[in-house]
Structure formats: C-alpha cells, structure tokens
Write a protein that binds this ligand. Structure first.
Ligand code: SF4
Ligand code: SF4
Length: 445
C-alpha cells in the first residue's frame, strides 16, 4: 500500500463534527429523487403524480442517453413532482407504502462474478438503474454506457469529517464491498481503493484491499486528486470512480436483483444539537437526519465547501453522504472589529483566530460581498491539484477556453476550497464548474 501526501488543501477547525456514535433514523414517510442535483443529466420523466411505483421502478431517464434510467428510491405512490425555474425537475417525492413493493431484476451470485463478462454486468446495471452509481472523471457525470475505464477508483471518504466515515458505514458490509471490487475488476484490471489517512480502524478485510492512504487535509481521499497524482498519460483521464457505500449498493443489486437503499450519513455543523452518524436510506428527508436542530439552520448536502443548500423540507441526493447544518450568520456583528476575528475560522493570518487554538464555530455568513480579484493567490495556495483558479477564471471571462484548458481547467476536482478562502468572495467553484460544463458542451456539440 502506498501513502500519498496532499500538500495543499485545508480543513476547518470546527467545533462540531459528526462523532462516531451511530443512531438509526425513524422510517421516513416519504423519500425523493432530486434530478436537478445530478450533474449534466437531462431528465425526462417516466412517471406522473399519483402513479404507483415499486422500489427500483424507473422515475426518469437521461435524455442524452435514454438507456440510463434513475430508479425510485422507495415503493409507494408519486406524491409530488416539484419543478424549479424553466421547468427544471427539482424533486420527485414518493410516499412510501407500509410494505414496499420492489422490482426484481436478473442477478448474478457472488460465486459467478469472476467468470462473468463486463458487458453482462454493464447490461444488468443499465437495465436496473444502478449504472448512475458509477461516475466518470473529470466531469463527475455517470459514465457513457459504451465506455471502458482505464482506472477505477473506489474512495472510502474524504478527510475533514464532512462525509460518513467508512469504518462506520461499512461495518457489516465487508462481503458486499469485496463483491463490488470483484465486479469492478471485470471492467478494468486497475481498481484502486483509497482512503484518507485519518479515519477510524477499518476491518481487516477492507484494510487488506487498500491501494493507497492519502495523508493531509480536506479533500484527501478525493478520487480526482488521486488520479491527478498517479496518471502518466492522457489516456488515463478516462477513469471512473465510486464511493464505498455506493459500491456496496451496486454489489448488493447485482447479487440480489433488488436495490439496496441503506445509507449512513455524517451529520454535523454548529446548528445541529447532536453531531453523529445516522443510518437511514437513499433520498431520506433532511428533517429526519438533523434531529434536534437549532432554529433557522441552513442545511448543506455534501461538504460545506462544495455541497449545496437544501431546504429544511428537502431530501438527500443520490450521491450525498453528509449533511451539515449551519446557523445563517446574517445577524449584525456590532463592534465585531474589536475582537479582531479571534473566533472567526479562516485561512487568513490577518485575524486573531490564528492564535486561537480551540475549535471554532462556523456559520453561513459571507462577511462581505464580491469584489474584484486582488491577486492574493490564496486560492492557488489551497488548490489540491495545484492549478491557478484565478487565471482560469480570467481566461474564461475573456473567452479563452484553450488557455483555461492549458491552465488545468479539467484538473479541477470541484472541492470548493478556492471559493471558501477567497477574500474577494468570488465564486470560483461555480465559475470553474460551469466552465467545465461549457467546454464539454462545445466539445460534444
Ligand atoms: S480550482 Fe478546483 S480543485 Fe482547485 S481549489 Fe478550486 S475547486 Fe478545488
Ligand atoms: S483568492 Fe480570490 S482574490 Fe485572491 S487571487 Fe484568488 S480569486 Fe483573486
């Protein structure tokens, strides 16, 4: 096993991270799929309000490739389809039946995995709607159905404590995890299992599968960063990745023919009363996970750096493994300058918090508004893939896409650190993500 060090990156010294305690959330009445949250997908609905659906019934297909369908995360009735601006499908809510009906698909027993062709698995995953559990780099879309990957990277989470810890989430799932690795190895002989250095003790079976440990701050453990470190030729950019819990779900789907909905979420942040891990299910309501939350809390699905705002009545997305609840932070800070930022979490050494070694409270306050770039290079200092986000932003502003590519636009792993540390409050992550999407659109026509 190799050890890599992420020399850049940044972890918050926050006072409230998900502890290792694990509780089971009550069974939800409703679950949802959030098509608007899945990058690049152009959803075409296959159901309407009032339709009865089983766990695994296709809810929508991707217009770019109608073979790729997204299955219902539960069995019951489609209660609500919520549309956003320009008729974007934001949320498909399923009210669960007491006894959930379940679609069953063809299955392959664990003993037959090693002798089954990749195309058989491909067909099974596409037909059953488990294909979107796999994701491809650098765009983080689901892979094209004909694609064969060079590498496949299985990530056991990220440093920083914003996602469910693999030692907690995979307890009791070792066999399914190993079956998942055996399935992936039919697609590529180069399957890598990576984990951040600082996670709890993994079981012996999982520890023995590790290819690399990544030392360092957030986003150590990110598959895009790992690929950036190991690749030697442009051909290797054509790689896939999958998160450990999704791999377990994929393996259980293949071996049983039924969708596996159990998910463990890390719940933390300064607006949650109990920071812990919560066992629930795919598409669970956020209100069930952030139990005991403070008034007016903002819910962020994913990590606080790169995740997105979820309404308090919202649901967890297909790929979310963490929920952070933060106070809005929009109240007036009267005479706050007298404290000199002693309690303000920041990368900057211009605040007195540099002398404060205690964990600090985090909120959603912006502490200012967007201003022009001052070329301070803080964004480049934290960038884990050592690109210059400020130059890429300027290239894209000037329409110089080739120049942006030469500066490493496609290397961006969308960690969001550059936006967090920018003193001018420039939304670099949004700019870079949109630039990647724009480039891809122009490239693919
Ligand atoms: S440019 Fe991309 S990889 Fe670098 S810090 Fe910003 S979001 Fe992260
Ligand atoms: S951190 Fe912000 S202000 Fe500083 S160089 Fe980057 S974009 Fe410009």
């Amino acid at each position: 096993m190799k050890t890599f060090t992420l020399t850049h990156g940044f972890s918050l010294r926050t006072s409230k991270r998900a502890s290792s305690s694990l509780v089971e959330a009550p069974r939800p009445d409703t679950v949802a799929l959030l098509p608007g949250w899945i990058p690049y997908v152009k959803p075409r609905l296959l159901v309407k309000e009032g339709d009865a659906v089983k766990l695994g019934t296709p809810i929508f297909e991707d217009k770019r490739n109608p073979f790729v369908v997204f299955p219902s995360p539960g069995g019951g009735v489609v209660e609500r389809i919520r549309f956003g601006p320009r008729r974007r499908i934001d949320e498909v809510v399923i009210r669960l039946d007491e006894i959930e009906p379940c679609e069953t698909f063809a299955s392959i027993p664990p003993s037959k995995i090693a002798e089954t062709e990749a195309d058989t698995f491909r067909h099974l995953l596409i037909k059953g709607g488990a294909w979107p559990l796999l994701r491809s780099l650098p765009f983080r879309d689901h892979p094209s159905v004909e694609e064969n990957p060079y590498h496949i990277i299985v990530t056991l989470g990220l440093a920083g404590g914003h996602q469910a810890r693999a030692d907690i989430a995979l307890a009791g799932e070792e066999e399914a995890f190993l079956n998942g690795l055996a399935i992936l190895s039919r697609f590529s002989p180069r399957v890598h299992v990576i984990a951040p250095k600082k996670i709890g003790a993994l079981s012996q079976k999982i520890e023995s599968c590790l290819t690399a440990r990544i030392r360092g701050s957030y986003p150590a453990g990110d598959p895009g960063h790992y690929l950036y470190r190991i690749r030697k030729s442009p051909e290797e950019n054509r790689s896939w990745y999958i998160e450990a819990q999704d791999l377990v779900a994929l393996a259980r789907f293949v071996t049983s023919g039924c969708h596996h909905t159990k998910r463990v979420y890390a719940v933390g942040g300064n607006a949650v009363l109990k920071c812990r891990h919560v066992v629930s299910r795919l598409g669970a309501p956020v209100s069930l996970l952030g139990d005991g939350q403070a008034e007016g809390a903002r819910h962020i699905g994913g990590t606080p750096f790169s995740g997105g705002y979820l309404p308090a009545t919202g649901y967890m997305n297909l790929h979310h493994k963490g929920l952070t609840l933060l106070p809005p932070g929009d109240e007036e800070d009267t005479f706050g300058f007298l404290r000199g930022g002693y309690d303000r979490p920041s990368l900057s050494r211009t605040f007195f918090s540099v002398f404060n070694k205690r964990p600090l409270d985090l909120d959603c306050g912006f502490h200012g508004e967007e201003r022009p770039c001052i070329n301070c290079s803080r964004c480049a200092t934290v960038c884990p893939v050592e690109i210059l986000p400020q130059f890429i932003m300027k290239c894209m502003g000037a329409g110089e896409v080739e120049e942006a590519l030469a500066h490493g636009l496609l290397d961006c792993i969308e960690c969001g650190l550059c936006s967090y540390v920018c003193p001018s409050k420039i939304e670099l992550l949004e700019t870079l993500t949109q630039s990647k999407a724009q480039y891809r659109k122009e490239r693919d026509g």
